[in-house]
Design a protein around this ligand. Structure first.
Ligand code: PMV
Length: 354
């Protein structure tokens, strides 16, 4: 296990980061047009989408994971309206329609239930509200859309009602929403959605739920291509399936979680050393372990294969899997990788991370 000391990580159990400078300092990306308000000032409140670079699924069982915000986000505004108590949710997904994603009718009320949970926690139950959401985060693509939604709503309510919540409170409340959406989340999505910066994350014990969040600084932005399968990734189902398998075969699964943990910590070192070939190799190895956890699919494997054959240093599925997206590390050949993904019938986003 490698030492993380060179990064000077601070243990920040639920501590507040400075609010990031939103999208002002993030580079442009090619294939998705940002919503116009996404280019606005740092004062705009949002919940960030994210990619997990290394460590998904194992992170639910106490392993480390590395995740970072992407230049896609959700924003919300709150309006008090006349009439009976209740919340009208207007969600505007400009430019992020998903061609092949299928809506799951059982889960369609999750956003509404999350909002009700937040209102109850904030002592605002029984209000008549219209909440408008604008999003550039593709839903159910493993890019943290449910956490971004929760954070956007909480921040908008905070601002509208002058509640002066701090980031730690926003994060904890977003975790409650993630529990509603995902059952047993690690808490990594809501953490990145709230703080908007790269982190090395390790969840707390079940009972305490105080996580170790270590901010990571990338010396240079990481050039990525994200390949979207267009198939919905149901994180709740993927996490539940891994849990059932872990209960059946705990020794084998825990060995895989341990190997993923080792990979993540080696990834921290590779990031510190700016050793992108090493980081790419670790991403490939991680994808192999995610295949062993049975959360990859033919399409995810195909996207990983396309990325590696066209010059990516490494690629892996990101997020819950069983659909969703892959992340490919492409300091060179990024256009070639993205074009090849598109030619094979997928969507590709190009973005720099960190
Ligand atoms: O699919 P997403 O973006 O919600 O990411 C899920 C990540 C998991 O590690 C699979 C679950 C978790 O809570 O960490």
């Amino acid at each position: 296990m490698l030492d993380t000391e060179p990064l000077k990580p601070e243990a920040l159990p639920q501590a507040g980061f400075e609010r990031p400078a939103a999208f002002g300092r993030l580079p442009a990306f090619a294939d998705v047009r940002p919503a116009s308000d996404q280019r606005a000032s740092a004062q705009h409140l949002c919940g960030y989408g994210k990619v997990i670079l290394l460590g998904e699924h194992a992170v639910v069982y106490g392993s480390h994971a590395i995740a970072a915000p992407i230049p896609l986000a959700m924003r919300a505004t709150v309006q008090e309206i006349p009439g009976n108590p209740g919340v009208i949710l207007d969600v505007d997904r400009r430019g992020v329609a998903q061609d092949r994603a299928q809506a799951d009718p059982d889960r369609q009320d999750i956003p509404q239930r999350s909002v009700q949970l937040v209102l109850a926690h904030l002592g605002l139950a029984g209000r008549a509200l219209r909440i408008r959401i604008s999003s550039t985060v593709p839903a159910a693509m493993g890019l943290g859309s449910s956490a971004a939604f929760a954070v956007a709503v909480i921040r908008a309510l905070d601002q509208h009602f002058g509640l002066a919540l701090d980031d730690a409170q926003v994060n904890m409340l977003a975790l409650r929403c993630e529990e509603l959406a995902h059952g047993t989340p690690s808490g990594i999505d809501n953490t990145v959605a709230t703080y908007g910066r790269p982190v090395l994350y390790q969840r707390g014990e079940e009972t305490h739920r105080v996580s170790r969040i270590q901010p990571l600084t990338f010396a240079r932005p990481l050039p990525l291509a994200i390949g979207l399968t267009g198939r919905s990734s149901s994180t709740v189902e993927a996490v539940a399936a891994v849990r059932r398998a872990w209960q059946r075969e705990s020794t084998r699964y825990e060995a895989i979680f341990q190997r993923i943990d080792d990979i993540v910590l080696q990834g921290v070192q590779a990031l510190h050393d700016q050793d992108l070939p090493r980081l790419g190799a670790l991403m490939n190895a991680c994808h192999g372990h995610l295949q062993a956890l049975d959360v990859s699919t033919r399409e995810l494997d195909e996207l990983v294969d396309i990325a590696c054959r066209n010059g990516a240093l490494g690629a892996k599925l990101t997020g819950g899997g069983r659909g969703g997206s892959v992340v490919a590390l492409c300091p060179e050949n990024r256009d070639r990788v993205a074009d090849a993904m598109c030619r094979a019938g997928y969507r590709a986003l190009k973005m720099d991370l960190g």
